[in-house]
Write a protein that binds this ligand. Structure first.
Ligand code: SAH
Length: 296
């Protein structure tokens, strides 16, 4: 694990203090559900970076990059609860319970250190538990279920939004999600349903003049493209796959509904990858600005 960049550590607390409404409450322990963004640590919000620096415990999943974790204070306890499709490290129910248990355990810890004043200013709490999740915690992140569990136990919490994969990845791929010439709306959907089925509203998704962004859709790509074609989308509808978007390993693959599955197989794209379907994808060629390390 790389050390926390010194300049960053010093720079962030010296920025304007957190807004007043974050300073009003002063409970002993608070759980912060924090969005870590899509990968590039520069995309963290100021609030996320500040909270990471004063967290006592950080519970994080597999989408959180090392660069983001490097913002954590060295003393912070780090608990990995990562989940990948078909490879659950901890079932969701147990993650919910872990957050509740940590909050109760820390409730009984008396505040003891000088950092306490700093924590009260930043976090309104003596003890700070950060639940760090990739992207935005309330977009396909099951963040709602985690804070429900906290609310049911009367545990104080706060939600810190993050840049969701669709925004971050599309920006770094040079694909505007809306554009007056091509798409007047944008839909975020999932390609991985709870029961394993893929029972989406294909009629609505296949309509023109919109952009469809599919999270967790890589495995189901052949079925997704098949359904779009079955529901009337033209064969040449542009499709992009973006693997590890915003990171130095980002790969962007562009094709059409009829070609993308074979291209994907040929290049062996892996998770996390985002699928973007719609005419806006054609802008990638002109607007790509982010070049990963391999391309430099
Ligand atoms: N809460 C997260 C989404 C979690 S679902 C968010 O708001 O972004 C996980 C899915 O998000 C992955 O399967 C992938 O489809 C997408 N994803 C997350 N990070 C990504 C990245 N850096 N590049 C490409 N896709 C990503």
């Amino acid at each position: 694990m790389k050390p926390i960049p010194q300049a960053r550590q010093e720079a962030i607390p010296s920025l304007n203090p957190a807004p007043a409404n974050h300073q009003q409450t002063c409970s002993e322990v608070k759980v912060f559900l924090v969005g870590a963004g899509p990968g590039d640590a520069e995309l963290l919000t100021l609030r996320a970076a500040r909270l990471l620096q004063c967290a006592d415990v950080i519970v994080y999943d597999h989408l959180v990059s090392d660069d983001v974790l490097n913002y954590a204070a060295p003393h912070a306890q780090r608990i990995y609860v990562g989940k990948q499709t078909n490879c659950h490290t901890l079932p969701q129910q147990q993650i919910n319970q872990l957050l509740v248990d940590l909050a109760k355990q820390y409730q009984n810890h008396p505040p003891h250190d000088d950092a306490c004043k700093h924590k009260l200013t930043i976090a309104g709490a003596h003890q700070v538990i950060v639940r760090l999740k990739g992207g935005d915690p309330f977009i396909f992140g099951r963040g709602g279920e985690e804070v429900e569990a906290l609310a049911e136990q009367g545990i104080a919490f706060e939600v810190v939004p993050g840049i969701t994969a669709a925004s971050g990845v599309a920006s770094y791929a040079g694909i505007p999600l809306t554009h007056r010439d091509f798409a007047q709306s944008c839909v975020f959907t999932t390609g991985h349903l709870k029961d394993g089925s893929l029972n989406l509203d294909w009629d609505a998704l296949s309509r023109p003049h919109q952009t469809v962004v599919i999270y967790m859709g890589l495995q189901a790509l052949p079925e997704i493209t098949r359904q779009f074609l079955l529901h009337g989308a033209p064969e040449n509808t542009p499709v992009a796959l973006v693997e590890q978007g915003t990171s130095a390993q980002q790969r962007v693959l562009c094709g059409t509904l009829t070609t993308i599955t074979d291209l994907c197989r040929a290049l062996g794209l892996k998770s996390p990858s985002l699928i973007i379907i719609g005419q806006v994808v054609t802008l990638h060629r002109k607007l790509q600005w982010f070049h990963n390390q391999q391309a430099q």
